[in-house]
Design a binder for this molecule. Structure first.
Ligand code: 8YV
Length: 339
C-alpha cells in the first residue's frame, strides 16, 4: 500500500520485526536510550498518526488531546502495563491504545521465580560472601548454620492478581514446588483453572496471613495503588517473603522498608519501584534481606523481540483500517465509527 502512516517511536526496539516496522511506516525513531523529553513527545504527537511508547513515556490527556487535533489515532505501547497512558482520555479522543500481552507472561513468571528463589535462599548474600573472600577468611569454612534460608516445597504461595502472569507463577509453584496456592483477584478464576493450579480464592487479608510467599501481579490502577501498606504488611508472617514484579506503587515503599527493618516480614524480592531508577542511597539498598532488580521482568531476548512484533501487528491492523488485536480500550471502536 502506498500510504505509510507517520509514527514516532520513542526507542529503538530489538528484533527483526523492527526492520519490518521501518518498511511499513514513515517512522521517526528517537535515537537515545534516555526517553524523549515531554516537550518533544508533545510536539511529535501533533505531527504523527501513531506513537510507539514505553512505560517511561508520559502519555497524558494534554498530549492525547493535542495529538487528536492533528492525526494521532493510535498509541502502541511496548509493554503489557499501560499506567503511563491516560486511556480514558484516549478513548474520548478516538485514539486506539494497544499493549503487548501474552508474549511476556513466561519471562515475567520466570523472573518472579528467580527473585523468590534468590530471596528465600539468600543468593545475593551468598555470592557476596564468596566473592569478597569473607568465606575464605572466615576461619570456619562450611558450617551447619551458614546462610540458612527458607524451603519452598509444600509451602503456601499467595498470588495477588490472577491474570496471565499470576497464573503462570502459580503453575510453577504448584507443579514445581508442590505449593498450595492462594489467590486474590478482581474476578474469581474458572473452577478448572483453580483445580489445575491447586489454587483457592481467598480475601486479601487471609492471603496475607497464611502465605509464605506473597507475589504481586496486578496492574497499577487507582484501586491497586498502595494496596499493600503498613496494615497489610503487619498481617504477613514474620517468616514470609514479599515479591513484586508488577508495579512499585502497588506497595507503600516506606511501610515496606519499616517492615523489613523491624522484622514484620523476612525479606523482599523487588523488580519494580515507586521511583525508577531507584536512587543508590535509597534505604532498600541498605537492607541485606532484599534482592533488587532494575525492572527486567520481560527482559529476555526472545520476549523483547516478540514484544516488538506485537507492537508491529497492532500498527499493521491500524494501517489496514482494522481493529488492532491488543486493543485495551475497545469502547473506542464505537467512537471511531464514521458518521
Ligand atoms: C516493560 C513492563 O519492559 O510490560 C510491562 O508492563 O513493565 C515491561 O515489560 C516496560 O514496561 C517497558 O515499557
Amino acid at each position: 500500500s502506498a500510504v505509510r502512516p507517520r509514527i514516532f517511536v520513542t526507542r529503538r526496539l530489538p528484533g527483526p520485526c523492527f526492520e519490518k516496522l521501518l518498511e511499513e511506516f514513515d517512522a521517526e525513531v528517537w535515537p537515545e536510550w534516555q526517553h524523549p523529553p515531554y516537550e518533544v513527545l508533545l510536539e511529535k504527537a501533533r505531527e504523527v498518526d501513531g506513537i510507539v511508547s514505553l512505560l517511561s513515556d508520559r502519555i497524558d490527556c494534554r498530549l492525547l488531546t493535542e495529538g487528536a487535533k492533528g492525526n494521532l489515532r493510535i498509541v502502541s505501547q511496548y509493554a503489557v502495563g499501560y499506567d503511563n497512558i491516560d486511556v480514558e482520555c484516549a478513548t474520548r479522543n478516538g485514539i486506539y491504545v494497544t499493549n503487548t500481552p501474552s508474549v511476556l507472561t513466561e519471562a515475567t513468571a520466570e523472573l518472579t521465580w528467580a527473585l523468590i528463589l534468590a530471596t528465600a535462599r539468600r543468593i545475593v548474600e551468598a555470592d557476596a560472601y564468596v566473592r569478597s573472600g569473607e568465606w575464605y577468611r572466615s576461619g570456619t569454612g562450611w558450617h551447619p548454620e551458614l546462610l540458612l534460608g527458607m524451603e519452598l516445597e509444600g509451602k503456601v504461595l499467595g498470588i495477588i492478581g490472577f491474570g496471565r502472569i499470576g497464573r503462570a507463577v502459580a503453575r510453577i509453584g504448584a507443579k514445581g514446588f508442590g505449593m498450595k496456592v492462594l489467590y486474590y483477584s478482581r474476578r474469581r478464576a474458572p473452577e478448572e483453572v483453580e483445580k489445575e493450579l491447586n489454587a483457592t480464592y481467598v480475601p486479601l487479608d487471609t492471603l496475607l496471613r497464611e502465605s509464605d510467599i506473597v507475589s504481586i501481579h496486578t496492574p497499577l490502577t487507582p484501586e491497586t495503588r498502595y494496596m499493600i501498606g503498613e496494615r497489610e504488611l503487619r498481617l504477613m508472617k514474620p517468616t514470609a517473603i514479599l515479591v513484586n514484579t508488577a508495579r512499585g506503587a502497588v506497595v507503600d515503599t516506606n511501610a515496606l522498608v519499616k517492615a523489613l527493618k523491624e522484622g514484620w516480614i523476612a525479606g523482599a524480592g523487588l523488580d519494580v519501584f515507586e521511583q525508577e531508577p531507584l536512587p543508590p542511597d535509597h534505604p532498600l539498598t541498605k537492607l541485606p534481606n532484599v534482592v533488587l532488580a532494575p525492572h527486567i521482568g520481560s527482559a529476555t531476548k526472545e520476549t523483547r523481540e516478540r514484544m516488538t512484533c506485537a507492537v508491529l501487528e497492532n500498527l499493521l491492523a491500524f494501517k489496514k483500517g482494522e481493529v488492532p488485536p491488543n486493543l485495551v480500550n475497545p469502547e473506542v471502536v464505537e467512537k471511531r465509527r464514521p458518521g
